[in-house]
Design a protein around this ligand. Sequence first.
Ligand SMILES: NC(=O)c1ccc[n+]([C@@H]2O[C@H](COP(=O)([O-])OP(=O)(O)OC[C@H]3O[C@@H](n4cnc5c(N)ncnc54)[C@H](O)[C@@H]3O)[C@@H](O)[C@H]2O)c1
Length: 319
Amino acid sequence: MRMLVTGAAGFIGSHLVNTLLFQGNLVVGTDNLGRGRLANLSAALANDNFSFAEAELGVPEDELKAIAAQGPFDMVWHMAANSDIAAGVEDERIDFRDTFQTTRSALALCRETGARRLVLASTSAVYGERDDVLSETTGPLLPISNYGAMKLAAEAAVSAAAETFLDTVWIMRFPNVVGAHATHGVIYDFCHKLLDDPETLSVLGNGSQQKPYLHVGELVEALLFIVERTADEHGRHLYNIGPEDSGVTVAEIASAMVERAGGGARIVYQGGDRGWIGDVPRFSYSTRKLRDLGWRPQLSSREAILRAVDECCREWGLN
Ligand SMILES: NC(=O)c1ccc[n+]([C@@H]2O[C@H](COP(=O)([O-])OP(=O)(O)OC[C@H]3O[C@@H](n4cnc5c(N)ncnc54)[C@H](O)[C@@H]3O)[C@@H](O)[C@H]2O)c1
């Protein structure tokens, strides 16, 4: 198949590109290289079945012509978005442009290139802050960050397109995803800090924030599994993807990081029950629907974190 991946040079997009190529697909990747890096695509760029188009999404439709010219496509994987939730709380224009308007661009590219299938990378952040276990039928959805709000709006736009020019859409809600090629997130943040100052690791919040984590390799495996199993059923597919546990705390991640990087740094907590405004400090995900379809991760949150800490420390040259 001929696939378009937006956000291709980012953390998850680059792993997805590699797997789609491995399966024998022809892949065009696009990214504005704002947060994404070409280095993440080094293996793909050496593959004749891959081409890369540096381009801005979230712009007027007639500015998308260069990407559309690379079509036709069978399917679009929309991974591009803002991934700095705190920045989006400070300035709501960021998520409007990079999270919502990029989704409108991905939809316009489907229309222009004949793609009738689209996968949207969505997030647990659409649920907001709730005490109950989050399942696909949980509602009302009241996000507490602009990122979550614009992802929810993106889900709605994608859902509506399934009534007109798209046959099948997949809305995939990811938990926190970790692994090599990270461009943001807790492990990325700790790597940065330890490179700057190997003696002290400053941690946002009081360390008790506890979330489920999925390794990026397993996330990509789950995405492909869901698409393959449900592709014959036209319409809308909505899945939570995640581990089957209640997660690990930021304090545990900080300890694992310090230990892996040489053990010397003193951990200093900034205090407060969350890392930033808009952070959901605790949530519990139901992945029963995905389990019933036949997929479950091999790694627990803790195992995913330990693997990712190791991968990122290697990547960053930390011990
Ligand atoms: N990593 C996670 O923990 C996580 C959790 C839930 C959902 N998601 C979603 O998964 C997707 C991939 O996330 P990621 O972690 O790989 O983040 P990422 O920031 O590494 O990747 C997003 C990519 O989109 C690109 N991009 C952003 N705005 C753009 C624009 N206007 N035009 C063109 N390119 C643009 C960035 O340069 C970046 O390479 C995102 O949609 C994100 O919201 C990620």
